[in-house]
Design a protein around this ligand. Sequence first.
Ligand code: SF4
Length: 364
Amino acid sequence: MKFELEALVIEHSCRDSALAKRIVERIDPRIPVGYVEDGRAFAQPIAGQDPFGAGKRRMILTRKHGSFVTGCPAASAKFACCGYLIMNLASNCPMDCSYCFLQEYLADNPGFKIFANYCDAFPELDKLSRTAGGRNFRIGTGELADSLAFDNFTGISAELVDFFAQRDNLLLELKTKTDEIENLLRIDSRGRTLVSWTLSPEAVFRSSERLTASPARRIAAARRLLAAGYRVGFHLDPIVAYPAAGRDYPALLDELFDNVPADRIAFISLGGLRMTPALRRIVRERFSADTMMVGEEVLAPDGRFRTFAAMRVALYSKLHERTRRAGVPQVYLCMEPASVHERVFGVRPPPPGAMGEKLAQEPA
Ligand code: SF4
């Protein structure tokens, strides 16, 4: 991907880390590199036009204080939930999707931070593995950042894949909108890493997903990784209910199944476009020309603007039927209330623990 980096700031405490050396060696030599005691001030928004967009272009190598592995922040008793755990190794993302929730979540802290002490996550993971008591966990790095967008600079993915390859009850999920998979192709994952792609129709990609790989390139990358022994999954999330959505999303699934055998896909998740009022305001300011972001959503009981429930259910049902006929083993909804789950699948959602266990297990 084209990485629009304008500056690299490295905290003194990280200066001698292997990660700092790798990044300095690999970035464009014209990018200025500064060394500071405390990178926090550089992570804050700098007044001017589009402080969030500017934050993405300022990489800060810092240390994370506190745990790396936590529950998914989207988990809530109000929604169907996939029981996902997250591991935050970075914060913010070099790509720029119109609907990205980070625009609100990181509004006060938009600098693109990478945590040089990421190896401190390994003892946490080991403890989780040891105390799992027969359970399996799926742990992803793609919540506050894309998992692979900057891997060409950091090379972190190889260490992660290698670590998870040796733990039978932990599954790593790398979630991305890129096709930056070269580092992964060099390593044997022993089936303990699942790479997942957010997929959108071409119209949404063109309108709303700046600097990402095209859907066709994401699918081609999935095909290569599947052949290399990785598990693969897909997120159709957010589904945007634009006028041609009823035609374009099923066509996207057809394109996917033409390239990746449906029964080899670990799961497909479905989720509708959802925005808090604050996020919607930011999106409409930053991307006023994006016609995908001007739908007539309604304020749902959870305080987010969403497409009318009846339209969401109709779209989900159509896509579920397509995936079922093709033979995808597992389809789930993200951040939808139990009532929507019941209308799409005919049953109440399973508890998060049960769903997490199912998604983390080896395929039968
Ligand atoms: S790729 Fe993901 S994290 Fe990056 S801007 Fe798009 S939605 Fe946000």
